[in-house]
Write a protein that binds this ligand. Structure first.
Ligand SMILES: CC(C)(COP(=O)(O)OP(=O)(O)OC[C@H]1O[C@@H](n2cnc3c(N)ncnc32)[C@H](O)[C@@H]1OP(=O)(O)O)[C@@H](O)C(=O)NCCC(=O)NCCS
Length: 158
């Protein structure tokens, strides 16, 4: 681990709203951490829609982000990602705790998400935060030729 990285690991993570100017940094992470990444348009649409789009910064560097839609008393976690170099240092859990707090602040009673059955890290992260599996959506991820189901998870916030 480099000196800069170990110095940054001691810095307090900062949460701030994502803005359009972040999208280069966001896409640089997105394209690496997912086999089927969101497009830049998915993020700019999320910003335009007024979804809750947050960036996680460490020492001024964007190392993670999350997108949550909150409406009609329900929160839907649409994206939560940590840059590969910064994974397994607790930042995913901190970001998840942050968006759960946000959903509570906006009076959501439940948070829902979809995760690929093959996404061990995601499923463990969510299970650790007390999300429970409530079902499957068949063929939710339309990967070329071989759609993958989604595991639907829910956390009661009330
Ligand atoms: C899922 C993700 C956000 C986790 O972020 P992270 O910062 O590495 O996670 P943390 O260090 O906070 O770990 C929290 C918990 O997640 C689970 N976890 C994280 N990475 C894991 C892995 N590779 N394998 C198994 N469990 C893992 C563990 O339960 C861990 O708790 P522990 O450290 O006490 O064992 C990150 O791996 C990521 O960005 N992946 C690509 C994007 C993605 O799949 N997002 C979820 C889509 S639904």
């Amino acid at each position: 681990m480099g000196a800069r990285m170990s110095a940054l690991l001691r810095a307090a993570p900062q949460f701030r709203r994502m803005v359009a100017a972040d999208l280069d940094a966001v896409m640089a992470i997105e394209n690496v951490v997912y086999p089927h990444p969101w497009t830049r348009g998915n993020f700019s649409d999320s910003l335009k829609e007024g979804y809750h789009c947050w960036a996680l910064e460490l020492g001024g560097e964007l190392i993670g982000y999350s997108v949550v839609a909150i409406a009609a008393g329900e929160a839907h976690l649409l994206n939560l990602s940590i840059a590969t170099a910064w994974q397994r240092h607790g930042y995913g859990r901190k970001l998840l705790e942050f968006v759960i707090g946000l959903a509570r602040d906006f009076r959501a009673g439940n948070m829902y998400l979809e995760v690929r059955p093959s996404n061990e890290a995601g499923r463990c992260l969510y299970a650790g935060a007390k999300f429970r599996e409530i079902g499957r959506r068949r063929g939710y991820y339309p990967d070329q030729g071989k759609p993958e189901d989604a595991v639907v998870m829910e956390l009661e916030l009330a």
